[in-house]
Design a protein around this ligand. Sequence first.
Ligand code: NAP
Length: 285
Amino acid sequence: MSDETHLKIYGVLGYPAKHSLSPLMHNAAFKSLGIKAEYKIFEVAPEKLDDFFDALSQKNISGLNVTVPYKEMVLKYLDQQSPEVRFTGACNTIEAKKKNYLKGWNTDGIGFYRHLSKDLKFNITGKSVVILGAGGAAKAVINQLAKKKAKSIAIYDIDKNKSRKLSAKVNREFPSCNAVSVNALDELAIKDADLLINATPVGMQKDDPCLVNPDVLHARLLVYDLIYNPSETKLLRLARSKGAMTANGLGMLFYQGARSFKIWTEKNAPLEVMRQALAKGAKKL
Ligand code: NAP
């Protein structure tokens, strides 16, 4: 057998995916643990997705991260779904250890929660949360927050159907958490909240507004923006100016990657190596 046969292949599947920071993080981890593996970018057009999955085992692919726009679309290729995939309807990590058998995971919520609890030392139990957005990332985050006993979660999305469905699901599955969907931004009780999360893409573009009225931001608030590029959105800048603690989504990206690494290799991720590789890549964005 050639060396190529032994080399395990991992990668990120997306469209576009060229600017992903994940290869830096995972290749540094493989190298530091002496694992014979390579993490690649699979930029696959939607019409080629079926072919890509058909040829997965021939390509020696042992695991994938999944990013925009495929997190929901890949569910049809999975043989097994983790509870987080079932809750969110989205998958960001695929384990392909067994031939022709794919298990889907969602490590986004766990990544967020690890960053929140380990690095930011924020204890969610009994806290009031306000979240902007009810899409894939919001679902992953809310699943963890409700599981870890947040007292209340108020959700606002431009699409009221999404926020209503999500709050109803949280109330059904996590009776200790009171989830509500609000119809307008000014109905969000940010003044009484402990944690404000932006899980919309608003803030990624230079001219994007801050969705909430800056007057309601306050110093007892932790403001977490899932966006990491730019590293400080308008929301985070305004929150910081009000004395609030702020965080961007780089820590979430880091910990979701570390969890994916553990799923694929069954080894603890070399956290410091991965963190440094990611920080280096993020500086160049
Ligand atoms: P998504 O599934 O498209 O969800 C975004 C949601 O926000 C959608 O429901 C969207 O509604 C809604 N929305 C858009 N504009 C809005 C506005 N002005 N007011 C209220 N709601 C609005 O996207 P996603 O995958 O959840 O990602 C959301 C953000 O999180 C992105 O910025 C992404 O880069 C970030 N993210 C970060 C990480 C990380 O590791 N740090 C991981 C995942 C995602 P419509 O669909 O109707 O537009």
